[in-house]
Design a protein around this ligand. Structure first.
Ligand SMILES: NC(=O)c1ccc[n+]([C@@H]2O[C@H](COP(=O)([O-])OP(=O)(O)OC[C@H]3O[C@@H](n4cnc5c(N)ncnc54)[C@H](O)[C@@H]3O)[C@@H](O)[C@H]2O)c1
Length: 312
């Protein structure tokens, strides 16, 4: 079962699991996700697929899981808009903390063997430069509402493992990019640049563009989720490239791939965004046998191609 299965990462995971021949249930309230992302899944190729339009906060989730009896639950459903987290922290907590707790309760009652959780690099806050790339041993001192929720769910996962033997793997995602990502917010700068470059519009870089991010391609991330179904139990693992890319470099790579020689516009820095962000993936290499394999130029080219042909 994939919660958030109609979203960017979730739908890509659904496709991957179906291609491996698994039977997949996707749960999504379609608040931001779209059935268009599930067109391949619903086409009937690969394993058996069922979509359930349901809010993970709903008590009906227990009945659904009891009926469908998933072996593994991949929990990706989340309120992912940083602006909403800041403006409506109570709503954010309802979805991201209480909704996740509902998923854990339903999983426990249904006898699920494992929950694989989509956590985030935001759990680490902004560690000192010497701690970059960030390892999982870094203290979790989140500075954003979204990061606090991911940390809280990580704590619940530990407690549920200890008290109820509900197995888990938590994957801390860096800046995921790729086809199906919708523009808006810091995490989706690739989608924003893609839309604007292809539309012939200028791209805006906040600050001088020397701030760094760790851009990891969605297919690589989904590969780690699939591996985590059977490995890496009881662990938090980073899913990043370990490579820092400045926003200026990202723009250069993307503009070249889009065939644009237009310069980006620089604006005053946005508030609250970290200067440097990069996750060390060594633990995932050891415990999942996972490595990100898609070079930025290749991932960006595939993303631009998707925007050219299928963007909504
Ligand atoms: N994309 C990234 O760079 C990134 C980085 C760190 C962590 N993550 C995490 O990975 C997961 C997937 O992210 P994404 O980028 O695919 O986001 P997304 O917004 O595309 O997907 C989230 C999905 O959850 C669904 N959803 C929201 N509230 C729900 C609810 N109450 N009940 C049921 N479904 C609900 C949405 O409709 C959407 O389809 C999220 O948990 C996110 O926090 C993503």
């Amino acid at each position: 079962m994939v919660t958030g299965g109609a979203g960017f990462v979730g739908s890509t995971l659904v496709d991957r699991l179906l291609a491996e021949g698994h039977s997949v249930d996707a749960v999504d309230d379609l608040s931001t996700g779209s059935l268009i992302n599930l067109a391949t899944a619903r086409s009937g190729r690969g394993g058996e697929f069922t979509f359930h339009q349901l809010d993970v906060r709903s008590a009906d989730l227990r009945e659904l899981m009891a009926r469908r009896r998933p072996e593994v639950v991949f929990h990706l459903a989340a309120q992912t808009d940083a602006g909403v987290s800041t403006a409506r922290p109570l709503f954010d907590a309802e979805v991201n903390i209480l909704g996740s707790l509902q998923v854990l309760e339903a999983s426990r009652i249904a006898g699920v063997s494992k929950v694989v959780f989509a956590s985030s690099g935001a759990i680490y806050g902004e560690p000192p430069s010497a701690a970059i790339p960030i390892k999982e041993s870094q203290p979790q001192l989140p500075l954003t509402v979204g990061g606090v929720a991911k940390k809280a769910v990580g704590d619940y996962l530990l407690a549920y493992r200890d008290r109820y033997n509900l197995e888990f793997t938590a994957l801390a995602l860096a800046n995921v990019y790729g086809p199906r990502q919708v523009a808006g917010g810091d995490a989706s700068v690739v989608a924003t640049f893609a839309g604007r470059l292809l539309g012939g519009e200028p791209c805006t870089i906040f600050g001088d563009g020397t701030q760094t991010r760790d851009f990891v391609y969605v297919d690589d991330v989904v590969d780690a989720f699939a591996r985590a179904a059977g490995r890496g139990s009881g662990l938090l693992m980073n899913l990043g490239t370990g490579v820092e890319t400045t926003v200026n470099d990202l723009y250069r790579v993307m503009a070249a791939a889009a065939g644009s020689d237009r310069r980006a516009l620089n604006r005053l820095p946005g508030s609250g965004a970290p200067d440097r962000s990069c996750l060390d993936p060594s633990r995932a290499a050891i415990h999942l046998g996972w490595k990100p394999w898609t070079p930025l130029a290749e991932g960006v080219a595939a993303t631009l191609e998707w925007h050219r042909t299928s963007a909504r």
